[in-house]
Design a protein around this ligand. Structure first.
Ligand SMILES: *Cc1c(COP(=O)(O)O)cnc(C)c1O
Length: 428
């Protein structure tokens, strides 16, 4: 029996309607940008395995550091105890995080990183003697799948089954190009309407991932942060997808003049090796939890908080990220994406071609019939799989987000496959 069949008997996959999807492809090994399945087929991982992989699969340097740590200390309770990898990682993160970040709180994934950020901001105000219970978020936002993270995310078919139980959030329009003024008007209006009751504004800086790789400018985000700060609203940058070089700088917030109060990290933090999350905050926030009153404690933690092996993977990934050749690769990918956009300006199939650093996205022109593009999604996926490329569209948005180690040759193969898809569609 092959792995795909055995899987079909016992496993429930994420975001998958098993009735309608084919059997999953069983991956046996990974090396660099490639994944190999049980039949020996090779795939270029052009989506970095759900946006987590930075330096390629089974990276020998990360593997070495992880195995060294495993033989030294695999885990220890993180209340009342600490360890070298957690300390060193916090010290090093603070050297690259946006200005003002002073403390690191560890968790284990992106949803917990944002959940922690929201709880931190709400309790911050409570500890300071204020009653604030509203959060501002963008329409189309995605901050994770736990209840708090779902609540602050956009309402969609993903959240329909739970909508009655999600807490109420103020969703403001995304400041897409040309629509910045409307967003600024709405946030001002909401601040007035909910006078003194808004605890925080959470946002994916510059690129909204799951919402469809939607992009907006740093300038308007600077204005939004400035407005929030002037109105005693904490700002939370969800850098879960954008962090660690994705957008061309260490963090998307590095494009800003203003600084957020809280930053959420996960996905690429371990180079895609292990589940891990971190939430950083300013000294001002941390200080509000210091008290002789135990009621002001931040009562949050996970069994695997600050897992030493995950910290070792994160430290190793950061070593690789800091190498000059890695930043050069990021620049080269960014330049290639821009070149592809220039070349595809007149495409009849692709609209709204856009890029930010290593992320390239485009929308596929579809007729009104939404059923058509649902089938288009799986057709796209199969088209690329047959050509040995993993691309997983979001609705009618096709995007490329490769590991930084991808070569120009492989990146060109990905572009060529996209162009041949466009050709095929245009002949219909
Ligand atoms: C993926 C993602 C999350 C959730 O992370 P998980 O590890 O999947 O829970 C949160 N925020 C953003 C911006 C993300 O892209």
């Amino acid at each position: 029996m092959n792995l795909s069949f055995r899987d079909s008997q016992v496993i429930w996959h994420p975001y998958t309607q098993a009735r309608l999807s084919g059997p999953p492809i069983a991956i046996v090994t990974g090396e660099g940008v490639y994944l190999y399945d049980e039949s020996g087929n090779r795939y270029i991982d052009a989506v970095s395995s759900w946006w987590v992989n930075l330096h390629g699969h089974a990276h020998p340097y990360i593997a070495e550091k992880v195995s060294e740590q495993l033989l030294k200390l695999e885990h220890v309770i993180f209340a009342g105890f600490t360890h070298q990898p957690a300390i060193e990682l916090a010290e090093r993160l603070l050297t690259i995080l946006p200005a003002g970040q002073a403390r690191i709180f560890y968790s284990d994934n992106g949803s917990t990183a944002t959940e922690v950020a929201v709880k931190m901001s709400l309790q911050y105000w409570r500890n300071k003697g204020f009653q604030k219970n509203k959060i501002i978020a963008f329409q189309h936002a995605y901050h994770g799948d736990t209840f708090g993270a779902m609540s602050i995310s956009a309402r969609s078919s993903f959240t329909d089954a739970f909508s009655d139980l999600l807490f109420d959030v103020i969703h403001i329009p995304l400041p897409c190009k040309g629509e910045e003024a409307e967003t600024l008007r709405v946030i001002e209006e909401m601040i007035e309407e909910h006078e003194g009751n808004i605890a925080a504004f959470i946002f994916e800086p510059l690129v909204l991932g799951a919402g469809g790789m939607l992009m907006y400018e740093a300038e308007v985000l600077d204005k939004l942060i400035t407005i929030c700060s002037a109105n005693s609203i904490l700002t939370i940058a969800d850098e879960v997808m954008t962090g660690f070089g994705r957008t061309g700088k260490h963090f998307a917030c590095d494009y800003l003049k203003a600084s957020p109060d809280i930053v959420c990290m996960s996905k690429g933090i371990t180079g895609g090796t292990m589940a891990f999350g971190a939430t950083s905050c300013t000294d001002e926030i941390y200080s509000a939890f210091l008290s002789d009153d135990r009621g002001k404690t931040f009562f949050h933690g996970h069994s695997y908080t600050a897992n030493p092996v995950a910290c070792a993977a994160a430290l190793a990934s950061m070593d690789l990220l800091m190498r000059e050749e890695c930043m050069e690769r990021i620049e080269e990918i960014s330049a290639s994406h821009r070149e592809f956009i220039l070349k595809s300006q007149d495409s009849k199939t692709f609209k709204n071609l856009r890029s930010q650093g290593t992320i390239l996205a485009m929308d596929i022109e579809t007729p009104e019939e939404s059923s058509y593009f649902h089938s288009l999604g799986s057709r796209l996926y199969s088209f690329f799989i047959e050509r040995g490329i993993i691309l997983r569209p979001l609705g009618n948005t096709l995007y490329v987000m490769p590991p930084y180690c991808i070569t120009k040759v492989d990146l060109d193969l990905v572009y060529a496959a996209i162009e041949s898809f466009a050709k095929e569609v245009s002949l219909e």
